[in-house]
Design a binder for this molecule. Structure first.
Ligand SMILES: C[S@@+](CC[C@H](N)C(=O)[O-])C[C@H]1O[C@@H](n2cnc3c(N)ncnc32)[C@H](O)[C@@H]1O
Length: 210
């Protein structure tokens, strides 16, 4: 199902001082954007931004960039990010396929991917955010030794992602097929919806060793 385009979403995002809709011009200048040299981490597939706003609040000594391709949804993340008024969090409207146009080699120290679209049909697999096509794009900007964390409700995506990480030379550090909530967890409404339905949340932590 295609979402009806909200015509007001892009103009609203353009007006939001915490959102960049032309992020290529920032490539190589991220420390100027954040006005410091703190490590930079990335979330891909922001949704409404609940996860990254909370993470950035908890870790003021890390800079966070969150990215989503869909202005219809990202506009709500933009509101949450603007309301939080954090110095260490900004959003970019773009496709993860373009990551290496936005960041340079070793810019990113960690990537978070939460509940990305599972794209279940084989002909759709290449659109998955953990597909080797995208992992290769991430490698261009990840610092050696940095990690990717994936949370998903989808069994097929979980199983295939383990294969994708292995095939692309990532080291699997941790897996869980029934991730429990603890005091460090950040649970979005989207995740709660699945948990309330009794769906196990699956988790992978993988390291890029260069
Ligand atoms: C199901 S939502 C999950 C939202 C959020 N991470 C959460 O856990 O609540 C997946 C998000 O990924 C975004 N997305 C899908 N493909 C993308 C891509 N290639 N680049 C950037 N964002 C993408 C979608 O627009 C959507 O907002």
């Amino acid at each position: 199902m295609r979402l009806r385009k909200k015509r007001w979403a892009l103009p609203e995002l353009e007006e939001n001082p915490y959102i960049y809709i032309n992020p290529y011009e920032l490539n190589g200048k991220w420390h100027e954007v954040f006005k410091n040299d703190q490590p930079m981490q990335l979330e891909i597939g922001t949704g409404r931004g609940e996860f990254i706003v909370e993470l950035a609040k908890r870790n003021p000594d890390i800079n966070y960039v969150t990215m989503d391709v869909e202005s219809n949804i990202f506009v709500y993340a933009g509101r949450n990010i603007q309301e939080a008024q954090l110095d260490n969090l900004i959003g970019v409207l773009d496709n993860a396929e373009n990551l290496s146009k936005i960041f340079t080699e070793s810019d990113i120290e960690k990537i978070y991917i939460n509940f990305c679209n599972p794209w279940p049909k084989p002909r759709q697999h290449k659109r998955r955010l953990t597909h080797p096509r995208l992992l290769n794009e991430y490698k261009k900007v990840l610092k050696e030794g940095s990690e990717i964390e994936l949370k998903t409700d989808d069994d097929g995506l979980y199983e295939d992602s383990l294969e994708y990480f292995n095939a692309e030379g990532f080291e699997i550090l941790e897996t869980d097929t029934d991730l429990k909530v603890n005091e460090n967890s950040i649970v979005t409404n989207y995740e709660s919806k699945w948990r309330n339905l009794g769906v196990n949340i699956k988790y992978i932590r993988a390291r890029f060793n260069g």
